[in-house]
Design a protein around this ligand. Structure first.
Ligand code: HEC
Length: 442
């Protein structure tokens, strides 16, 4: 008879709440679900009891991949500051919940995220005017202006967007805008009642996409010795996504800028923006005058003046004819471009609008050195992060980046008039847009 091992009795240390599950929840959930956090009206986390009481919802949210919000897949490189759960963390949390969510601590044990490492003596910049909001409006995208009033050039070394009315501020995208656009920004602000103006997917100004902020994220910092150069008069425009399911009053979310005015030169951080094609013909059952690309282009030009769709196609050596047979409701594009700036990667980001389905950025594709820098298998406009690779990746002259985007017409608002969707600036237009932030390597 072979010796039968007694069934292993896992100890509390191995599967328990206090030692395994709680630290994971504190690292990956608490920053957003503690009181005042952006998810706290949906799931309020302050004690161990708050975990046990809603354990079926937590299982549902985590198993469906909705929570924690971290759209990047494991196909891409590992990232620092990842909110995503590793397979082991996922198994530990779900295993514990499904086994009955037994607490090995008192129910009243506090569950608070560690204090975020604060920026050093940041310049606090309030919006030019607080935003009152529109009651009952579930998705309100608003461009708010932030003027740091620099009278001399400085280096931005760290930054943070701090939500004021945390229950309605859902997420934010921050853009740096050069001083010469100031009058234009004021004009846009003046044309639209209330602070700022309605916007989506871009500010409409000659901007540089600096950062996607999702609430609960750590303050952004450039590596020691490097910074983003700001000139006097340069300002920021932040597109804030508000959810007005409750209405707590005017929002004055602010920016915190960690600046270096010092005499020593820092290494300049470079934000390279890559624009690649987006062409999405009408799908099955869709018909109408705007399904004609020429008509759709004329509409976009009428609204925005200059629309880069054709130039972007040209740069990627494609034409609308290459997309003409993508009429089954899904369209995709792929474009290889030489790297615009060499150096060590600080972060990468992909950007599409509401129809976006998948996104991928690959360094040196189809070679032995191929490296997926970012893979998003199910695009979500709400959660756009700057992904910071955990390891050092250096871009060299001659390196190639491949950008792949796909779109699904089923994600389009069915109340909209059927239309050929192309690369432009409106909320119902699309983009395949990427940034790579680098710093020079010695
Ligand atoms: C970056 C912020 C953030 C993080 C991190 C986060 N959440 Fe959430 N969570 C939200 C927001 C915001 C909502 C509201 C729904 C939405 O916008 O998707 C939410 C909603 C929820 C809900 C309620 C869904 C409902 O039906 O109302 C649960 C449960 C939840 N989160 C669990 C978790 C768990 C568990 C974790 C960690 C493993 C986590 N969340 C991490 C922001 C976050």
């Amino acid at each position: 008879m072979p010796f039968e091992h007694p069934p292993l009795e896992p100890t509390l240390e191995e599967t328990g709440f206090a030692t395994v599950v709680a630290p994971i929840l504190l690292d990956h959930c608490a920053s957003c679900h503690n009181p005042g956090g952006p998810g706290s009206t949906h799931w309020y986390l302050s004690t161990a009891r708050d975990v046990v009481e809603v354990s079926p919802y937590i299982v549902e949210q985590v198993v469906s991949g909705q929570m924690p919000p971290w759209p990047a897949s494991d196909l891409g490189v590992p990232y620092a500051k990842s909110l995503g759960l590793t397979a082991d963390e996922f198994d530990a949390v779900i295993g514990w919940l499904e086994a009955g969510a037994a607490l090995d601590v008192d129910e009243d044990t506090p569950m608070f995220a560690a204090e975020l490492a604060a920026l050093e003596d940041p310049l606090v910049v309030p919006p030019v005017e607080p935003y009152g909001g529109e009651s009952g409006r579930y998705d309100d995208y608003r461009c708010l202006v932030y003027q740091p009033d620099l009278d001399e050039g400085a280096w931005l070394t760290g930054y943070q967007f701090v939500a004021d009315q945390t229950e309605v501020v859902h997420h934010a995208l921050g853009y740096l805008v050069p001083a010469r656009e100031w009058e234009d920004a004021l004009a846009r602000d003046a044309r639209d009642e209330g602070s700022g103006w309605e916007c989506f997917g871009g500010t409409g100004l000659d901007d540089t996409f600096v950062v996607g902020w999702a609430p609960g994220q750590l303050p952004g910092r450039y590596p020691d010795g490097s910074g983003l150069r700001l000139e006097p008069g340069d300002f920021f425009v932040v597109q804030v996504h508000y959810h007005y399911d409750t209405r707590p009053g005017p929002d004055a979310s602010w920016l915190e800028l960690q600046l270096d005015h010092g005499s020593t030169e820092l290494e300049p951080v470079t934000i390279s923006q890559y624009l690649t094609p987006a062409e999405i013909p009408c799908g099955p059952g869709e018909a109408g005058p705007l399904c004609d690309r020429t008509a759709a282009m004329a509409r976009a030009v009428g609204e925005f003046g200059v629309v880069p769709a054709d130039l972007i196609n040209l740069q990627c050596r494609v034409s609308p004819a290459d997309f003409a047979d993508m009429t089954d409701g899904t369209a995709w594009s792929s474009c290889d471009l030489p790297v615009m700036a060499t150096g060590e990667i600080i972060s990468v980001l992909g950007h599409m609008h509401a129809l976006g389905a998948t996104y991928r950025m690959t360094l040196n594709p189809d070679t032995d050195e191929e490296l997926v820098l970012l893979d998003i298998p199910d695009w979500d406009y709400d959660w756009q992060y700057n992904y910071e690779p955990a390891q050092s990746i250096v871009l060299k002259r001659g390196d190639v980046l491949r950008f792949e985007c796909s779109w699904e017409r089923s994600r389009r608002d069915p109340d909209l008039e059927p239309a050929y969707v192309l690369w432009s600036f409106g909320s119902d237009d699309e983009m395949c847009f990427s940034t790579v932030v680098t710093r020079p390597t010695p």
